[in-house]
Every structure is written in C-alpha cells, then in structure tokens.
Design a binder for this molecule. Sequence first.
Ligand SMILES: Cc1cc2nc3c(=O)[nH]c(=O)nc-3n(C[C@H](O)[C@H](O)[C@H](O)COP(=O)(O)OP(=O)(O)OC[C@H]3O[C@@H](n4cnc5c(N)ncnc54)[C@H](O)[C@@H]3O)c2cc1C
Length: 300
Amino acid sequence: MNYDVIVIGGGAAGLQATLTLARSRQQVALFDNETNRNRVTEESHNFITRDGTSPAKFRAIANEDLSRYPYVTKKAETIATIEETGEFFTVTTEGGSMYTSRRILLATGIQERFSYEPIRNYYGISVFHCPFCDGYELRDKALAIFASDEQAILHLTKLLYNWSTDLAIFTNGVKLDQELIQPILDKNIPIYSDSIKNLHGDSGRLSAVELADGSFASRNGGFVVPEYVRNNTLIEQLRLEVDEQNGITTDGFGRTSHPRVYVAGEMVKNASSSLLVASTEGTMTASMIVFDRANEQFHA
Ligand SMILES: Cc1cc2nc3c(=O)[nH]c(=O)nc-3n(C[C@H](O)[C@H](O)[C@H](O)COP(=O)(O)OP(=O)(O)OC[C@H]3O[C@@H](n4cnc5c(N)ncnc54)[C@H](O)[C@@H]3O)c2cc1C
C-alpha cells in the first residue's frame, strides 16, 4: 500500500501529527522504536490535563486516541533508510521491510550526551534538565548543577534560584572565567571545578557528589545541561538544508527545503523543548501537509 504520509517518530510531535493527519483522512503509517526522550522518567509535568502522567500512560492514551481512526497504521520498527524515487519515498526498516508514501514527516527527536556519563543513572529520577518540567518536585532541595559553560551555568542558576536557593555547581574539571560568573560568586553559590570522581545515591536518587580530591558534597537532586544530538542520519539522507546552529531550515510551519518532507518536534532545532511545544509543532506541521496536499489535489 502507498501511504499518503509516513510519520517517523511517535513521540509527542509524531503522535499529535498522526492524529491531525488521520482526522484529515490521510492514510498514515507511523513508525516508532520507543526511544522517546522522556522514557527514563516517572512522571511528566506542565501539560494541562496530563500533569503527573507517566510517559507510558501518556503514550497509551495517545495510542487509544489514534485507534479510533481507520487511517492509521502503527509499526514498532526503526527506519534505517529513506530513498526517493520519482514522486515516492521508500522507507526501509532495520529489519529490511519497505513502505512507500508521497510525503514524509520526520519527528525522531533528539538524545542526550553527558560530559560525565554516570549522570545517566540519575537522569529522570532525581537529576533533570528542565526546571519547568521538574523544578517544582525538587523545590527547596539541595541541588547540584552539572554544567561547564559559563553562559549555560549563568542561565540555569538564575532560573533554578526560583525553585531552590541551595545550589552548588559542578563543572567536572573545567575552570570557569571568574568575570563571567561574577553574579554567581556574589550570591555565594559554591562552584566545584574539580573532576567528578563518583555520584552516590540509591535507585537513581542522588545523595552526594564525590570529587577527585576525595571530598563529598551532599546533594538531593540536580539539573544538568546535556549536549543534544539527533539519533539518525535521515536528514542527511534526504539532504535537508540546515542552518549555522544545526537547526533544520523550515518556513516556520514545518516545511523543509524538500517540498514533500516535513519536520516537527525537538529534532527541528536539535534543542530540548516540552511535550506541549512538540505536540503543538506536530499538529501545525501536519496541518501544512494536509493543506499542501489539498491544494495540489484541488488544482489537479
Ligand atoms: C528526564 C526527562 C523529563 C522530562 N520531563 C518532561 C515534563 O515533565 N514535561 C514536558 O513537557 N516535557 C518533559 N520532557 C521533555 C519531553 O520528553 C520532550 O520535549 C518531548 O518528548 C519531545 O517530543 P518529540 O516528539 O520531539 O521527541 P520524542 O518524544 O523523543 O520522540 C521521538 C520518537 O522518535 C522515535 N524514533 C527516533 N528515531 C526513530 C527511527 N529511526 N525509527 C522509528 N522511530 C524513531 C523514538 O522512538 C521516539 O519515540 C522530559 C524529558 C526528559 C529527558
């Protein structure tokens, strides 16, 4: 079967896009390999009607919504390659199955890299990246900030100060420019620039940071500034234009430099956002697909 649209990535952006497409009577195939970024956490917050819902429940509700529409085919498979032949795209899964469509929507998200890899053992349980998502749950606790870039540290420290004034910064061996971080020094927020030797805690709940000099700083949770990467080469395979910041060039509505390839969610800017923002982008981009297709058909 030839689908109208193949959506690759069933996180917040792809799920919402699929709903909009299905309600617009587009035959959609949705591919997802369950590596949604928030899978490591217990609860999602700051999404009205879904505040406190687990990521698994969020997806279950989304899939229930989609199951009401006969236009949706869901596949729990990883797309490895995309090829364009004339008016059609052929996507091939890691298992070698092939599917075709006239349009593609990429919503494959991003993944984190940490400068100190063991942070991953605490990530999503007591260490997070987004104060709007998890700051409230960590309010007034003794918090670690794991970051090594002055601007990022300044930004996150000022913001986090809203939730807790008991902050300590861990740069993992990076010496900071004192002038740039003067506002932090003025607040007497401790900065540990030794390398991190170990993190201590139980079942992902951070209790202390051990430094290379053997000292311990007790902390009950924290925030980290990860590096973000797209986890596949699909945009390179499709030769999509990217800007100087490695964001995919769009018209602001999810249309890319290829007239039949669209994008939504965190992969677009290669930067973190939120469930609500990603799903908003999903519905917006899907609406553009429907509009472009309707326009094409009306004039055919
Ligand atoms: C620890 C943590 C806590 C968070 N807490 C909150 C919160 O409380 N509130 C909030 O609003 N946001 C929260 N977020 C952020 C939220 O998870 C993201 O903003 C949101 O998931 C982005 O949606 P997306 O659709 O762009 O990407 P994702 O949700 O990451 O979805 C991308 C999807 O693409 C699929 N995929 C990728 N490559 C392929 C491929 N080749 N083939 C098939 N499928 C593929 C993956 O399986 C994945 O499901 C949190 C994130 C983390 C890491």
